[in-house]
Ligand binder design. Sequence first.
Ligand code: FMN
Length: 280
Amino acid sequence: MSNDIIDIINNRATCRSYMEKEIPEEIMNQLLDAACKSPSSGGFQTYSIIKVTKKEKKEQLVKLCRNQKFIEKAPVSLIFCIDFRRVKRINEIEPAPCIETDTFMNFWMGLIDAAISAQTLCLAAEAFGLKTVYIGNIINMIDEAAKLLNIPEYVCPAVMVTIGYPTKTPTPPLRYDKSVLIHEEEYRDIDIDMLMKAYKEKDGKQKIKATDKLVERIYNTAKAYHGVEHAEKCKQYILDKGIISTYQYWFGCYYLEEEGFLSMQGYKEFMKRQGFKWLE
Ligand SMILES: Cc1cc2nc3c(=O)[nH]c(=O)nc-3n(C[C@H](O)[C@H](O)[C@H](O)COP(=O)(O)O)c2cc1C
C-alpha cells in the first residue's frame, strides 16, 4: 500500500473479487469527502452519489447489472448521478435565465462532473488498500434502477462504482502506450500497421472460439446495423481466422440491440421523463 499518487495510479486495476469485509466508516467518509472535492463545471457540482450497502439492495443491483455477482459481495456500491435537481430547486426561489436541463451542454457537463468525482473516489480508495470497479451496466435497466434508488426528476444515473477489499491484488491489464494515445500539438493518425500491432499486443491474447452460435449472433447484430453485406464480411473474417476477437465479441455478442443497449432508446426515453428536455 502506498500513498504516493503516481504509485497509486500505476498500480490501480479493476477488481472483480471482493472480501465480505466492511469498510470502516471513517475511511468511507474520507473517500466520499474526496469525491466531493473534485473539480466541476462552473463549480456547480451537478452530481450526486447514492451509497448502497444493504444486502437486499445489492442483490437487486446484481440483477439490474447483468448478474455481476461480485457487486453483492463488495460492501459498498456508489451510484454516481448527473444531478440538476439542486440547481432547479434553487432556481425556483432565485430565478435564473437558463433552464439548465434544456441544453445538451449542461447534460455533458453533468456527466463529466459525475465521472471526475467517481475517479477521484477510485484513486482515493487505493490509498486505503481498497479496490474498485466501474459498473456501466447500471444504466442497462434504467427505469428499474431509478425505482430502486428513488431517483427523482432532473437526476439521472451515470455510472456505478463498486468498492471493497480485494481477495487478491488485481494485476493491471495491458494498455495502449502513450505513443498511441498522445498527439503533439494536433491530432495525427498513427500508421495503421503500428495501430494493428499495438491493438494485437493489447487485446490479441483473448481468443474466443468461433462457435456456430456466436458467429450467428455476430452475423445478426452486424446485419441489424449495417445490412447483409457487412454481416457476410464479418462472418467470413471470423470463419477464416477461426476465432472471435475481443472487439467482435464485445460489439456483436455481449451488448445486443435486442436489449436496446446500442441504440440506448430506453435511456433516452428515461432521460426525457426525468426532465432532460434537450433530447426532445
Ligand atoms: C464507464 C465504465 C464502465 C465499466 N463497466 C464495467 C462493468 O459493468 N463491469 C465490469 O466488470 N467492468 C466494467 N468496467 C471496467 C473496465 O472493464 C476496466 O476499466 C477496463 O477493462 C480496463 O481495466 P483497468 O480498469 O484494470 O485498467 C467499466 C469501466 C468504465 C470506465
